[in-house]
Each structure stands twice: as structure tokens, then as C-alpha cells.
Design a binder for this molecule. Structure first.
Ligand code: KIV
Ligand code: ZN
Length: 499
């Protein structure tokens, strides 16, 4: 008998805690629909009491998504739980995720409390939540550094109070894989009522061990994993969904499986990267652009003789190199709509009209448009901030020439033009933008990636800027990388100037 491992995706809650990478509700719905088509079991949609935006995102995701359970986070505080239950009103299947810190650090310094009082607060919160909703998950924050004997008492008490999923977070990413596995095993063997609940892993990547810890937890009895697409999350991030899914798929002998359709992994990865403006590192396992690239001669030779010599995963299993219909400038709206729907993107009529115009613009320059190009196109169309828009760009640069740029922006409803000088075309263009908006905006980080490697490819630009001490992320995509860079800068600047 094979055992199912439930996939609890927290891209939209823990993942979204990356500073400067917040999504708006439309973008969150886009990600939630993608997660649904990927086949995740639970979507943690937000922390409703934290802001009106988070509240309405949970409401809208509950309406937009039918199959996965929708989960909302709370502290062990009645007000949080009431607000979460209200946000989940439209969920076909809702879950409240409540909890409290259980390590000495949390008990003494965060709560100035005692171990007994923490158990009382945990039980009270779970009972309160159970009266408002059918399913309650409990998290023992900093469980990684919590004494196992005490943790077992907390877990037994909250299961008796009605929790049916128990999350054991390694909040600080400190625990070693064998210790994390031993913790899960200890709970499975020492909590008398554990058969009434599922143990869940929730690992952070501060020491690069999130996936190893998660797998160790699963091999020791956990049957739910809390993960994010591309492993995004604050600090070094969370466990990456794609890594856990492909590990279980590659190691079938362990007798474990997930319901994720792995062929959609690359599309999901690119959507999240684009919407959150977070580039994926090229050597990232499974989804990095070099993950399946063989460059050394010896490897190439072995690979060409038999793929499995150097490749443990068939790239097609994660959705790479699948033959797909190529669209061109002659393709009509219906073909575009059909192709978008087949990759899980549904647009309203007016959104389709707008996207079609941008599609034609791109097809004129790029000739053949594939699914990756479409993902970039629609993600950008939906997230673009209309308050500041590039209208014209002209650059003059070359060897031994001072780069100059003339930029026209539509800014707050007015068309404004300025020129700028710089040490290259991007620098000159950004200086021209700075002259128009008349603000000190510092460029922190600047990454250019292409999708398929050809010189006619779309260049994707991820930027982060510092404005008044706060980081904002921006994304741009264009076959002209100077234009993509200006658009990424404007994307970030638009958010900064509005904030
Ligand atoms: O890392 C953590 O402890 C968490 C909990 C709030 C679940 O994200
Ligand atoms: Zn976390």
C-alpha cells in the first residue's frame, strides 16, 4: 500500500513574507488557481487579521478555488480566530491554522509565561476554533528547539481539544535532519492520541536543510509537508514544493506519493517568480535554468549515449521541453485564449483584448511565442502598475561613447520627457527616469535572465530598489533588455511611490 503525503502550500502566506514581494489580490488568485491545477491539497491563503488586504485575499481565493482546502493562519488569540473564520466563509473546505510558541525562548521571552499556561492557551484556541470551523491545524512555533517531552504534552492536549493536523515547525531552520526525523518519530510513538491526527512538517532553510529535514520528517511518519514554490519565504526561505514532490517521485521504493501533477512544476515556478519579482537561482534544484543543462564534455557524451547516465529526472516530468503549440503574429484571439486556458490562465474579455495587443507586439519582434513567453506576458499584464508607464525610450551608446538616454513616461496622468547620462544604456535610462520622478531611488539588485537562451529570446529583468529605506521588487520582460530594465525599475518605483 502506498502512502499519500499531503501537500500544504504556503507560498501565499509564509512565502509572501519576503520583504517587498507582496502580491495584490488579483495576483494571489492567479497563483491560487495555478496551485489548484498543480494538485496541491491545501492552500494557506493568508493571515486574515494582519491586514484588510490579507483578509480579502482569503475571501477571494476561497471563492476562486474549488478543490484544495483553504487555510488561514492565526495566533492563539480569539479575535484572530474569529476574523479567520469570517474570511473562510466561502471556502468549500476551510481550515484554521492556529498555534503558539512552545520553545523556552518563546515561553520565557516572547510570552513571559510558563509551560503550563502555554498549554492552556493552546487548548483554549483550538477549542474556540473548532466551534467555528470543521478543521483545525495546530502549530507549535519553534518546535525544532522545543523539548520533545514537553512538545508531546502540548500535542496530546491540542489533539484532545479537536486539532486534526499537528504542525511541527523548525521555525529558525536550526535542527539537523536526523534530529528533526527523531522528533517526528518521538511524537508518533509517545503521544497516545496521535492516531487521531496527521503530523505535518514545516521547515525553514536558514542552514540549507529545509528539504532534508522535511524528507527526514516524512520518512519518520509525517504525512503532510508545508512547502512553497521555488522555496520562497523570508530569510533563506521555506522547503521547496518542487524538491519534495520530485524526491518522492524519484524514490518510489519509499512507498510515498503526492497528488501533484509534476508536469506543471516549471509553469508554476515561473509564474511565482514573475509575479513576486523573485528570480530563481540558475542552479536551483528542479526549476533552475541549469538544472537539466549538461555542459561538461564527459557528461554530454554519457548523456547522449543513455540519458539516465547523468540525468535522474526526465525534464519532461517537470514540464520542460514538452512540445506545445507555437503561436505567431498570425494567430488570432481564439488561439491565444485556447493556449492560455491550457496553461491554466483564464482571462476576462477585456483582459484578453489587452493581452492580445501586447501579444501581437511581442510576436512581431519574436516571431514564435511559446508557453513560457505567454506566462511572462500575462503575469506582467496583470501586475503592471498603471500609475507610471513607459511611453518612449531612445538610447545612444557604444564603445568609447558616453551612454545617453531619452525617456518619456506617463506619470500621474502626465506625459513627461527627460534625458539622462550614465555608464551604460541602463544606467543612463534609469537616470532619466529619476529626473522625471524627482526622487532618490537607489538600485539595490539587478538580475537579467533569458528563458530559452537564444539571442531573440525575451529578457526577464528582476530588480530591487531602495526607497526611503524600504526594499521594493520590480519585474520587466522584453526582447529589448534595456526596455525590460526600465520597466522593472518602473514596476518597483510605482509601488514605492504609491506606498
Ligand atoms: O515558521 C513558523 O513557525 C510558522 C508558523 C507560524 C506556522 O510559519
Ligand atoms: Zn514558517
Amino acid at each position: 500500500m502506498k502512502d499519500k503525503v499531503y501537500i500544504f502550500d504556503t507560498t501565499l502566506r509564509d512565502g509572501e513574507q519576503v520583504p517587498g514581494c507582496q502580491l495584490n489580490t488579483v495576483e494571489k488568485i492567479e497563483v491560487a488557481r495555478m496551485l489548484e491545477s498543480l494538485g496541491v491539497d491545501v492552500i494557506e491563503a493568508g493571515f486574515p487579521v494582519s491586514s484588510p488586504g490579507d483578509f480579502s485575499s482569503v475571501v477571494e481565493i476561497s471563492k476562486a478555488v474549488a478543490n484544495p482546502t483553504i487555510c488561514a493562519l492565526t495566533r492563539a488569540v480569539e479575535k484572530d480566530i474569529e476574523v479567520a473564520a469570517a474570511a473562510l466563509e466561502f471556502a468549500k473546505q476551510g481550515r484554521i491554522h492556529t498555534g503558539i510558541g512552545t520553545s523556552d525562548f518563546h515561553i520565557k521571552y516572547k510570552f513571559n509565561s510558563t509551560p503550563e499556561e502555554i498549554i492552556e492557551r493552546a487548548v483554549k484556541a483550538v477549542k474556540f476554533a473548532r466551534n467555528l470551523i470543521g478543521e483545525v491545524e495546530f502549530y507549535a512555533e519553534d518546535a525544532g528547539r522545543t523539548d520533545n517531552k514537553y512538545l508531546a504534552r502540548v500535542v496530546e492536549a491540542v489533539i484532545a481539544a479537536g486539532a486534526t493536523v499537528i504542525n511541527i515547525p523548525d521555525t529558525t531552520g536550526y535542527t539537523l535532519p536526523h534530529e528533526y526525523g527523531a522528533k517526528i518519530k518521538y511524537l508518533a510513538e509517545h503521544v497516545p492520541n496521535i492516531h487521531k491526527a496527521i503530523l505535518s512538517t514545516h521547515c525553514h532553510n536558514d542552514l540549507g536543510m529545509a528539504t532534508a529535514n522535511t524528507i527526514s520528517g516524512v520518512l519518520s511518519g509525517a504525512r503532510q509537508v508545508e512547502v512553497t514554490i521555488n522555496g520562497i519565504g523570508e530569510r533563506a526561505g521555506n522547503t521547496a514544493l518542487e524538491e519534495v514532490v520530485m524526491i518522492l517521485k524519484s524514490h518510489k521504493k519509499q512507498g510515498l506519493y503526492t497528488d501533484v501533477n509534476s508536469k506543471k512544476i516549471i509553469t508554476a515556478s515561473r509564474l511565482v517568480s514573475t509575479l513576486m519579482r523573485m528570480p530563481v537561482q540558475p542552479n536551483k534544484a528542479i526549476v533552475g535554468r541549469n538544472a537539466f543543462a549538461h555542459s561538461s564534455g564527459i557528461h554530454q557524451d554519457g548523456f547522449l549515449k543513455k540519458r539516465e547516465t547523468y540525468e535522474i529526472i526526465n525534464p519532461k516530468d517537470v514540464g520542460l521541453n514538452q512540445s506545445s503549440i507555437i503561436l505567431t503574429a498570425r494567430s488570432g484571439r481564439a488561439a491565444l485564449k485556447h493556449r492560455l486556458e491550457s496553461i491554466g490562465v483564464k482571462l476576462t474579455k477585456s483582459e484578453l483584448d489587452e493581452t492580445y495587443l501586447r501579444f501581437l507586439e511581442l510576436a512581431d519582434r519574436k516571431k514564435e511565442i511559446n508557453d513560457d513567453d505567454l506566462m511572462v506576458l500575462v503575469a506582467r499584464d496583470r501586475s503592471v502598475d498603471k500609475s507610471i508607464r513607459l511611453v518612449g525610450l531612445q538610447v545612444f551608446c557604444g564603445k568609447n561613447l558616453q551612454a545617453t538616454a531619452t525617456v518619456t513616461l506617463c506619470y500621474n496622468g502626465q506625459e513627461l520627457t527627460e534625458a539622462g547620462l550614465g555608464n551604460g544604456p541602463v544606467d543612463a535610462s534609469l537616470n532619466a527616469v529619476r529626473s522625471i520622478v524627482k526622487q532618490k531611488i537607489h538600485l539595490e539588485d539587478f538580475v537579467i535572465q533569458t528563458i530559452t537562451r537564444g539571442s531573440s529570446d525575451i529578457g526577464k529583468v528582476h530588480m530591487s530598489i531602495d526607497y526611503k529605506g524600504i526594499l521594493y521588487y520590480g519585474f520587466g520582460a522584453n526582447t529589448d533588455i534595456v526596455q525590460a530594465s526600465v520597466e522593472a525599475f518602473l514596476d518597483a518605483a510605482g509601488k514605492a511611490l504609491k506606498a
